[in-house]
Design a protein around this ligand. Structure first.
Ligand code: GDP
Length: 340
């Protein structure tokens, strides 16, 4: 019974969505209507091709009103305290007069059906605030899909007046690169004690960080200070950042709200120095181009694999390559010829 009602509700919502025009969504978003923002995000996440066309129109129309925000990427292994930290930071930002959107990139949700980031009841206090908009990670089938949706959602949130965008991800792999390429500043949360290998953090991720915060320093102050020292030394050995920014290492406690002012002071300093140098703008321009190219590549790759001749030939050619009957290059050339 309940299930039937659930399905009926979904059909009703889908019909309502179809009746809405792109302008209706845009009008609602620009007026800061959270329900409309939520519906537009559902439209973005839809796989129906007519929804896709409408979603593109909504995002393009919001674009001129977007961009006026600080986009903060936050990563760290599960349990490091991300949601606790984001809740404290979000409430602080709201106290300072900001509107905060919290988004997540969790490619595991589509693969496992569960999610590292989304399952728990998270950010209870922040989620009750009108000035906060929290959206869990879209359930996409690939990191590329999830990341693209999140990037579009950032545009919508900015157009709806959210001027602090927090994008959370887990510190275990590829998703950091995606979040790094859609945010202005990348914050890595670490635990006191244990090197990054012990914490399951890859060196590349440490190098990507614009700031390293040793969280839960309320629990183990000495270990946290020690970790801070060793990361400060490690950071000096990395190649200098193109932004010219020197990566600060700080202590914090999300649960006690300690160290947050220092973190915000550093991010403000980052914005003012990189705006002055022009890096802030060129970095965003580079990111936009990156997503442009990435989307073309994703689209081309899909078109290629769905092409009737290509899909017909693909498996045989793969076998020939595996068995050494064909070189990878001539087999690939043949497929590309079949596509053109
Ligand atoms: P996430 O998986 O990274 O989002 O981590 P959570 O925010 O869910 O926190 C994991 C656990 O660590 C929870 O039991 C929190 O209460 C606890 N925790 C989070 N931040 C802190 C902190 O700053 N200090 C202490 N002592 N515990 C914390």
């Amino acid at each position: 019974m309940n299930k039937n009602r659930h399905i009926a509700d979904r059909i009703k919502a889908a019909k309502a969505r179809r009746r809405l025009k792109a302008e209706d969504y845009v009008k609602g978003i620009l007026a800061g209507d959270r329900v409309m923002l939520g519906r537009a995000i559902t439209l973005i996440e839809s796989t129906r091709s007519e929804d896709r066309v409408k979603a593109n129109e909504v995002v393009e129309k919001c674009l001129p009103k977007a961009g006026n925000s600080f986009r903060l990427g936050i990563t760290g292994v599960p349990g490091v305290g991300k949601s606790t930290f984001i809740e404290s930071l979000g409430l602080k930002l709201i106290d300072q007069g900001h509107k905060v959107a919290v988004l997540a990139v969790d490619p595991t949700s589509g693969v496992t059906g569960g999610s590292i980031l989304g399952d728990k009841t998270r950010m209870e206090k922040l989620s009750t605030r009108d000035e906060a908009f929290i959206r869990p990670s879209p359930a996409g089938d690939s990191l590329g899909g999830v990341a693209r949706h999140t990037r579009e959602v950032i545009t919508l949130c900015e157009a709806a007046g959210y001027d602090r965008i927090l994008v959370e991800t887990v510190g275990v792999g590829q998703s950091e690169t995606a979040v790094h390429s859609m945010t202005d500043f990348f914050l890595l949360l670490l635990l006191p004690g244990g090197g990054d290998e012990l914490q399951g953090i890859k060196r590349g991720i440490v190098e990507m960080a614009d700031m390293i915060a040793i969280n839960k320093s309320d629990l183990h102050l000495d270990a946290a200070k020690q970790a801070k020292r060793s990361y400060r030394n490690a950071v000096h050995l990395f190649p200098p950042k193109r932004s010219g920014w020197t990566v600060p290492t700080v202590l914090c406690s999300g649960i006690k709200g300690e160290g947050l002012d220092t973190i915000l002071k550093h991010t403000a300093e980052y914005v003012s120095t990189t705006e002055e140098s022009g890096y802030f703008r060129t970095h965003r321009q580079g990111q936009a181009l990156h997503w442009f190219e990435e989307t073309i590549e994703m689209g081309l790759s899909r078109l290629f694999r769905e092409h009737p001749k290509v899909s017909q030939l693909l498996e045989d050619l793969k076998k020939d390559v595996q068995e050494g009957k064909r070189t990878p290059f001539s087999a690939a050339d043949e497929l590309l010829q079949a596509f053109s």
